[in-house]
Design a protein around this ligand. Structure first.
Ligand code: AP5
Length: 211
């Protein structure tokens, strides 16, 4: 099963991606997490990506296509994968489908997480994430220990109000066209109501995946 999670910043892609991957027994891959780890480790890729990310702009397609290639070639992904935020532009969607076709595979489903804008802004304003394992939390202050790995919770730089506004604009301008593109290609895009209890949303997503 290869599922691509789509949806605006704060829609819960990271939260649900983790749960879906655990239920399906496949890895979750999030380009945001890969890039933040590269920034933290000070790699060349991280240095190139940092300014884009802090402003809430997209990192260039060439960087993302390179990450996709590495991920799809990894043996971990042989059974499938949950791809969280991996596709944010039409050229990225085209690149992913081409790489998968070369491997004799395809995207089985796009899941589109739907949340009203005022709720997104509220969620992102209140989010902390573990700087080590990147698990997102709500209602916990920076400096708290991560319940999962013991790392320290921090606020993301792109969760400042100005960056949040920019990320929402970027989503509308560059990522929403992917939805139309997928529909035109007769690929399955399932919209999920992503408000309410986390577990219920996971159940809705599993049902949408036919599991
Ligand atoms: P990325 O890290 O992917 O950020 P994003 O897409 O903006 O998404 P978020 O992580 O902000 O939100 P989410 O939907 O995962 O929600 P979460 O589960 O955390 O990307 C960051 C940056 O990297 C991009 O801006 C770009 O620069 C770059 N990048 C990454 N991929 C790229 C690509 N393919 N191309 C180009 N550039 C790329 O939940 C949010 C909050 O809500 C949390 O606090 C959570 O606890 C809470 N929450 C979750 N579910 C619920 C619920 N049901 N009810 C209430 N609260 C909830």
């Amino acid at each position: 099963m290869i599922a691509v999670l789509l949806g605006p910043p704060g829609a819960g892609k990271g939260t649900q991606g983790e749960l879906l991957a655990a239920r399906l027994g496949v890895p979750k891959v999030a380009t945001g997490d890969v890039l933040r780890a590269a920034v933290r480790d000070g790699t060349e890729q991280g240095l190139a990506a940092k300014a884009f990310m802090d402003r809430g702009d997209l990192v260039p397609d060439a960087v993302i296509l390179g990450i996709m290639k590495e991920v799809l070639a990894s043996p971990d992904a042989a059974k499938g994968a949950i791809l969280d935020g991996v596709v944010r532009t039409v050229p990225q969607a085209e690149g992913l489908t081409m790489m998968l076709a070369e491997l004799g595979r395809k995207v089985d489903k796009f899941l589109l997480f739907d949340v009203a804008e005022n709720e997104l802004v509220m969620r992102l304003g209140g989010r902390t994430v573990c700087e080590k394992c990147q698990t997102p939390y709500r209602g916990l202050e920076p400096g708290t220990d991560c319940e999962k790995c013991g790392g320290t919770l921090v606020r993301r730089k792109d969760d400042e109000p100005e960056s949040i506004r920019n990320r929402l604009r970027v989503y509308q301008a560059q990522t929403e066209p992917v939805i139309e593109w997928a529909k035109e290609k007769k690929m399955e895009v399932v919209k999920i109501d992503a408000t309410g209890a986390v577990e219920e949303i996971t159940d809705r997503a599993m049902k949408a995946l036919g599991e």
